[in-house]
Structure formats: C-alpha cells, structure tokens
Design a protein around this ligand. Structure first.
Ligand code: G6P
Length: 597
C-alpha cells in the first residue's frame, strides 16, 4: 500500500534518499510513484505510472536540493495514472498521503463552491486543497494544519511542504503509520523505518492526531495545539535488512529462510524468562482476529487448540469482527495475527479491544509496529524483513508461534503431559531435519503445465489440511493469477462439484491420519468425474491410490506437520508464477501492508 518518504538535510543527498526510500517501500505494493522537491525556490513534481524504474529514469540523481517528498501509490480513488499519482499540489503546498479521506465528497463540494478546481480523482488532492485554502486564510502552517485535521474524516499519514518555507517539512497522522528518522543535521519521514534505516537507526513514532514541524536539526510534535514529548526509539538490530542473496526473487529466498527462522524462533521462545506470558489460566475463551494469510495461520492455530487442548477457539476476519458485537469479556484472550502489524482492519479491532479493557496478544513480525503497541502481550515472529508481497516465512513463523502458545497454555493449565513434550521435541527435531531436503524435492514439479490454462483449480482438505488448503489456494492465486478456491473436502459435493469437469485440477491435501480415508473418498468422487487429482499425503501412509500426481511429504507428527505440508505449495506457486513470467514479488493489485480498510 502507499509508501511515504520525506527528507530534509544535505542537498547532495535528497534525491538519493527519496529514491532509495521508495525502493525500500516497494514491497508494500503500488502502481505509480512520484517525488516533489524545491528547485530555485519552486516546487518541482515528477510522477510516473507503473513501477519505480519508470520514475527513476526521469529523475536527475545529481540534482541538488535540500528537501523533498516521495510516494508510491496503491490506487484507492481514481485510476493508477500520472495525474492521480502523488505528490499533489495546490497553491503553495505539495503533499503525499497514505490513507483514505472518507468525507472527500463533502469537502470537495465546499471547496468547489469557493471556486477551487481539481485535476485528479484523488482524496489526497482534496486534502491538499483544503490545507492550502486554510494556509491562505491563516498564513500560518501550524494553524492551517490544525484546521484541516479538524475537518477531515478518515485515515491519513501526510508529509507536505510549503513553497515559501524551505526550512521545514510538515507531517500529520491518524490511523496510518508515520515515523520520523532522526539524523545529524538531517531528518527523514517515512511510513516504515525500512525507508531510512540505511541512514539512521534513531526514530520517533507518531501517534494518532499528532502533527509536526520538522527542520533539519530539530523536530516538534503537537497534539491539540500543545507540544508533546516523544520517545526516541532505536532500531532493533535483530531486525536484519534483507536482500535477495542470489535468489531470483524475494519470495524464493524467503521460502529458503524458513528453517533458520524456525530454529531461532523456537529456541528463543523455549527460554521462558525473556518474554512476558499472559496468565493463561484466567481465560475461558480465545478469539483470533486477522486478515489474509495471517487468518489462515490462525485457522491452523484454532485446529491445534481443538485437537491438543480440546479448547474452543473462535476465529474471525478482522474486517468482519470490527462491525459485529464483541462477544468477549475479562476471561477472553483476543489474539491478533499480523506480519506487518499495520493492517488497518486488524488495528481497528485491536483499538476496540483495548478500549474495552479486554486482554489481547499480538503475533506480529514488525518490531514496534502499531499492533505491537496496542496489545497487552507481544509474540514477535522474529522472521526478519519479509519483502515479497506473498508471505511465506511469515506464515510459517505464525504457525510456529501458535505451537509455542499452545505449549505454554497447556503447561499453565497442567495438561501438557510428558508424552506431549516428547511429541513436541521429536516433532521439532524431525521438522528441522527434513525441511531442507523438502526444498530440493519440491523445487521442480514436472506437471505444472497441466494446471496452467485451466479455468479453475480446487484445493480440498479436512481439519488442519483444510486450513492449509485455504493458504495453498490463496498463494497460487496471489502470485500466478490462476483462479482457485479451497473447500472443506466434505463440502465439495454440496454444489461446487458441478464445476468439476475433465482435466479440472483438484489438489487434495490429506496429511491428517484421522480423516485420511474420508478425504480419499472425496478425491475418488472428483476423479470419477474426470478431475486431474494431485494428492498430498504423508510418507507413512499407504499410498496405493489411483491419482494423477502425488506430493509426498515427510511425516513429522501432527503438531509440526502444517509447517512442512505448506512448503510444496509455496514452491508450486513460485514455480507457476515464474513459468508465466510474472512479477513474483509484486503481484498486480496487491499490497503487503494494507493500511486502508
Ligand atoms: C495483504 C497481503 C497478505 C497478508 C494480509 C495480512 O493482503 O497481501 O499476504 O496476509 O495483507 O497482512 P498482515 O500484515 O496483517 O499479516
């Protein structure tokens, strides 16, 4: 989703910092990009639709300027073209924005009645026009900002500057992330510290309704007219900067990161003293709230709790949870799962739960992200930077954390038996042992041409295999654009089987020994109707079954099995996208950090 960068400082560095920053924010997903800077005391704008290299070609890297702002746009209001790309300018003011102005139509009407006209379809231009109108009235940027913030509804992280003031950048924040990077004689602004981490490790996090004035040597943050004191944060060094390290794309590299991530994560959480654990005995209900793949990891978590702890867990999409009555109380633990920790729907739910004084726990990757600051307990995924839009190591580490939490939970309730601990240790050992060879085995599926060009792919499974089917199907869709859906294996016959015809690919995941025979019957039903069946099952079950293809995964025991079983599907999605010559790390229309509802 939109990425914001701002810089004030050395005139030799500005353009470089803006372009580098935008590159670092590419992972968020975008469809146009632009920068604005001051040249001979005049605002200059360069905007291009498409990828960052289109913008980079048009920018003179040797240009000298002490201040500038940049933006990668993920279209919300209006097409992804040059006119709608940010920055937007009205009068003396130019700005970049992440978020959505919900009352843009009413504000636009008011401004149009005053004779102000608009060139783009964006809500951002309305924001800038309003700010400029207020500046013309007050002749004071701080007052103009306060007025504008009192009028707009919705979410925004804004960085702007005024053509007549080359000493300052101005920032505003509500519901979308915004940080100030603090350097020596230079300051940075960005929606994520990845944008400036090469230049400074010190930063300040803005909170909702805060706004600020930033010069190259000092920054001042305000709320409701009064200056607020802010804490200077220092970047966590364990959050290592990622690069492709010889892989052709980040997705591929990040799949290969999984063994190391899991080894470190499990070792870290086995050392109990170093993180704070909720009083699990207090709860009689768990609710899991998340979006996308994080929701799918939650589905695996729910299954683990049902099968091992016999404990009921509710799971909801954040976008649904926030609009329904919250059926939780002081005996409920709400677990939010999010790689970025910035997903707007998840954040809104976490705010609601905080207001209700209900206990919350975050499974989150990005250190100091909004979600991590809203919840009572934080379990960091410790997966390192994940740059491919489609999550792989993030998803695996979320599942691993559900195993960690299940173990802690059952230990607290005295139900974690010696035999379960043996299962855990043995499962972990086997999982870490077989995961590398798995990569080799699943690096090349000879039959992928049989699924490309088919109008539909189905994924079926039961219990945790159904949860994995949801993720496997999403992964394929996300990066390869092939149409695909996941169903609980027993449900296919209630309608969807009518879509199965000769050659329709059906991926049956059957690693759960308790339901293996049942899923086998379901796949025979589709096979009888001509489906091209790809069965995924364990190396320890009887594989005498007539299917078209088999993906045999090592049996590592029910606790850790989901982590192994998803690997071939992550690699399959990568291979299909590669064979179709698609932009694997930045699939069209997708964003990694979805900061709008
Ligand atoms: C986007 C991404 C998904 C991700 C989801 C939730 O839709 O494309 O890959 O699973 O957001 O993101 P989060 O950061 O909250 O895990």
């Amino acid at each position: 989703m939109c990425g914001i960068v701002g810089y004030i400082g050395s005139k030799e560095k500005t353009i470089n910092v803006l372009l580098k920053g935008l590159e670092r924010l590419e992972y968020r997903g975008y469809d146009s990009a632009g920068i604005a800077y001051l040249d001979q005391n005049q605002i200059q704008l360069i905007k291009k639709s498409g990828k960052l290299n289109c913008l980079e070609k048009s920018v003179d890297r040797n240009l000298l300027t002490e201040m500038g702002i940049g933006h990668t746009r993920w279209a919300t209001h209006g097409e992804a073209n040059e006119i709608n790309a940010h920055p937007h300018r009205h009068g003396k003011i130019v700005a970049v924005h992440n978020g959505i102005i919900e009352n843009m139509n009413a504000l636009k009407k008011e401004l149009e009645e005053k004779g102000i006209s608009f060139v783009s379809d964006t809500d951002t231009e309305v924001f800038v026009a309003l700010l400029n109108d207020a500046f013309e009235k007050y002749q004071d940027m701080k007052k103009a900002i306060e007025y504008t913030m009192s009028k707009v509804e919705g979410s925004y992280a804004i960085v702007c500057f005024n053509e007549d003031d080359k000493e300052h950048l101005y920032v505003m924040k509500k519901d979308s992330p915004l940080l100030i990077g603090v350097g020596m004689g230079e300051m940075f602004v960005a929606s994520d510290y990845q944008a400036f981490r090469e230049f400074t490790k010190k930063y300040v996090l803005l909170d909702d309704f805060e706004y600020g004035i930033i010069g190259k040597n000092a920054w001042h943050i305000y709320k409701d007219g009064k200056e607020v004191e802010k804490k200077l944060e220092v970047l966590d060094e364990q959050d290592i900067l990622s690069n492709k390290e010889g892989y052709d794309c980040y997705m591929h590299k990040e799949i290969y990161d999984i063994p190391e991530v899991l080894t470190n994560l499990l070792t870290f959480y086995e050392t109990k003293e170093i993180h704070s654990i909720p009083d699990y005995c207090k709860y009689n209900k768990i609710q899991i709230v998340a979006c996308g793949s994080a929701y799918h990891a939650g589905c695996v978590g729910k299954n683990l709790f049902a099968h091992f702890a016999h404990f009921p867990v509710e799971i909801e999409y954040a976008s649904e949870y926030r609009y329904q009555p919250i059926l939780a109380d002081e005996h409920t633990l709400v677990i939010f799962v999010s790689q970025s920790g910035e997903t707007a729907d998840t954040i809104h739910c976490a705010k609601k739960i905080k207001e209700m004084h209900i206990d919350s726990l975050a499974i989150v990757n990005v250190y100091n992200s909004t979600l991590s600051r809203l919840t009572d307990y934080v379990y960091y995924m410790r997966a390192g930077e994940e740059r491919a839009v489609a999550t792989t190591k993030g998803y695996s580490s979320q599942i691993a954390l559900f195993i960690v939490i299940l173990r802690e939970w059952m230990k607290a309730k005295n139900t974690w038996t010696v035999s379960l601990e043996e299962q855990y240790q043995e499962g972990k050992r086997k999982m870490l042992q077989v995961i590398q060879p798995c990569f080799k085995n699943f690096e090349h599926f000879s039959w992928i041409s049989n699924i490309i060009s088919k109008p539909m792919n189905f994924f079926i499974g039961r219990q945790s295999d159904y949860a994995l089917s949801l993720e496997a199907s999403l992964k394929l869709k996300e990066v390869s654009y092939l149409n695909s859906s996941a169903y609980a294996a027993g449900e296919l016959k209630h309608g969807t089987i009518s879509l199965v015809e000769k050659g329709t690919p059906v991926f049956a995941i059957a690693t759960d020994k308790n339901t293996y025979e049942k899923t086998k019957s379901n796949l025979m039903e589709v096979k009888a109707r001509g489906a091209y069946v790809i069965l995924t099952t364990l190396d320890t079950v009887d594989q005498e079954i007539d299917v078209d293809e088999k993906i045999i995964v090592p049996d590592v025991g029910a606790l850790f099995q989901p982590i192994i079983t998803i690997i071939p599907f992550q690699l399959l999605s990568y291979q299909v996208a590669k064979s179709l010559d698609l932009d694997i790390d930045h699939p069209r229309n997708l964003a990694k950090s979805v900061t709008v509802e």
